[in-house]
Design a protein around this ligand. Structure first.
Ligand code: AHR
Length: 499
């Protein structure tokens, strides 16, 4: 199979935020997974688990979205500030009906992002919150001067304002965020976003408007049409429009098990994952009608696999295991996002710890890294790099005519140091492929490779945490501008090429 790379045809910068993450007050994501409190026996810094923070830093997490999800539209931020013993307890109605004691709030989220060294993406409440509440939250977080909210922040121990990089005005407002119609939400968006003030002109907040679920093109069109009914320079009052798409192998009702699946289900999972490219193309075409200059980024702020919960766990906690199949899902998606980096400016896998396609799972003081984690770590070389023009020959593989998929996908970038990074997936369960790569007009000086591969069900457990991990891959032959290697089945690979 031929792989062609043209290093002089640069197609745009890959925003690091494409490798972003999402953390919601859901199950054991925030509590236990990230935040254990200052008095925990689990080693922590200001309440944040040291093991989890270290692993995320090593993976190079670029941005974190919080506090939801569906939780965002019933979250009242003032309940989560001030002395912890006075914070209100509430019911987390969306996720398991458990008591939320608000011990993790704005200060804790900002502290977490400080420790991670990542950008902040806060999701505001449109569904059950007011314009004033949202406006005051922004003032509380970002205003530097004399104001009631800045004063309150100081009283609560943080005199300096924080940086808010992204602010989502509502979440899934077509569903859990208020069951609105596109036009109704768009008018609310116009209203609410007005009061998301940019108090720090040197660090403006990027405003994210709630976009569609899967293929709801009517939503994208309705929201864009209403928001863009304004002078062109206002860009529909938005910097980004979101899109949510989950890979449910067996459908929404019968999602299927994370660990027990056959080859047929493997290919269905691949096919459903690849579908995101159709969604990107179709939603982007609608956005193009209104946003001709591509000022509005597509923000895929929820994606990943969503299976049935692990047997014996709380159904409202969405805890699932993670196998080589998830590694492929991650690798395929990240390659697709790279290739659409002209429109896709951020993507946030759901969710960071202990929920859905998590990169980290915890059990008490133990922590394991999932196959998905290793793919994110391997791909972090693309962050901020220039996408290069590339083409990969493929054949169709699969067991059923309606669920055939191309055997591989790829993306290629050039990092600031001039190195070429090829990331490849092989979706076949049983075939390896010989690749003949050509890097046009180049002399290859060195190649270094790494791979995540295994039998499709392989995964890490608390007793066997290193079954799936990144392994070196150095079986690459080079000659002038060409390289030859074989990619094994069920694998995700990264080659660093020095030219
Ligand atoms: O990630 C779980 C949930 O999925 C989120 O809360 C919601 O936005 C989506 O429906």
């Amino acid at each position: 199979m031929k792989l062609l790379i043209n290093p002089s045809n640069k197609k745009g910068r890959i925003n690091p935020e494409i490798q972003g993450h999402f953390s919601e007050h859901l199950g054991r994501c925030i509590y236990e997974g990230i935040y254990v409190g200052e008095n925990s026996n689990i080693p922590n810094t200001n309440g944040m688990r040291n093991d989890v923070v270290d692993a995320l830093k090593e993976m190079k997490i670029p941005v974190l979205r919080w506090p939801g999800g569906c939780f965002a539209d019933e979250y009242h931020w003032m309940d989560g500030i001030g002395p912890k013993e006075n914070r209100k307890k509430m019911i987390n109605t969306h996720w398991g009906g458990v008591v939320e004691d608000n011990s993790f709030g704005t200060h804790e989220f900002m502290e977490l992002c400080r420790q991670l060294g990542c950008k902040t993406y806060i999701n505001g409440n449109v569904g059950s919150g007011t314009v004033r509440e949202m406006s005051e939250w922004v003032e509380y977080m970002t205003f530097d001067g004399v104001s009631p909210m800045a004063e309150l922040r100081g009283k609560n121990g943080h005199k300096e304002p924080w940086k808010v990089d992204y602010f989502g005005v509502g979440n899934e407002n077509w569903g859990c965020g208020g069951n609105m119609t596109p036009e109704y939400y768009a008018n609310k968006y116009r209203n609410y976003q007005t009061y998301v003030r940019n108090y720090n002109p040197e660090h403006p907040i990027s405003k994210i408007c709630c976009g569609a679920n899967v293929d709801d093109y009517n939503w994208t069109n309705g929201v864009m049409e209403t928001c863009f009914r304004a002078p062109e320079f206002l860009h529909g009052f938005m910097d980004g429009l979101s899109l949510h798409y989950y890979t449910h192998p067996l459908g929404w009702e019968e999602k299927g098990s994370a660990l027990e699946f056959d080859e047929k289900i493997w290919y269905i999972t691949m096919k459903k994952t690849l579908y995101i490219e159709d969604l990107i193309n179709h939603h982007a075409a609608i956005m193009d009608k209104y946003d001709k200059e591509h000022k509005v980024g597509m923000i895929i702020d929820e994606w990943g696999t969503w299976y049935s919960v692990e047997p014996g766990t709380n159904p409202g906690f969405l805890y699932q295991q993670n196998t080589i199949r998830d590694a492929l899902v991650a690798g395929i998606n990240l390659n697709i996002f790279n290739k659409h980096c002209d429109r896709v400016k951020m993507a946030n896998i759901a969710q960071m710890v202990n929920v859905l396609q998590a990169v980290i799972l915890t059990e008490g003081e133990k922590m394991i890294l999932t196959p998905t984690y290793h793919v994110f770590k391997m791909y972090n070389v693309h962050q901020g790099a220039e996408l290069l023009d590339s083409h990969l020959e493929t054949e169709m593989v699969g067991l059923e005519e309606q669920n055939m998929v191309p055997c591989m996908n790829e993306s290629v970038s050039m990092s600031e140091d001039g190195k070429v990074h090829i990331t490849l997936t092989n979706m076949s369960v049983d075939k390896s492929y010989d690749i003949e790569g050509t890097v046009f007009d180049s002399q290859i000086k060195a190649v270094k490779g790494e791979i995540v591969t295994g039998e499709m069900h392989e995964h890490n457990t608390f007793d066997a945490p290193d079954v799936v991990k990144i392994k070196e891959f150095n079986d690459v032959k080079t000659d002038g501008g060409s390289l030859r290697f074989t990619i094994p089945p069920c694998s995700v690979m990264h080659l660093e090429v020095t030219i």
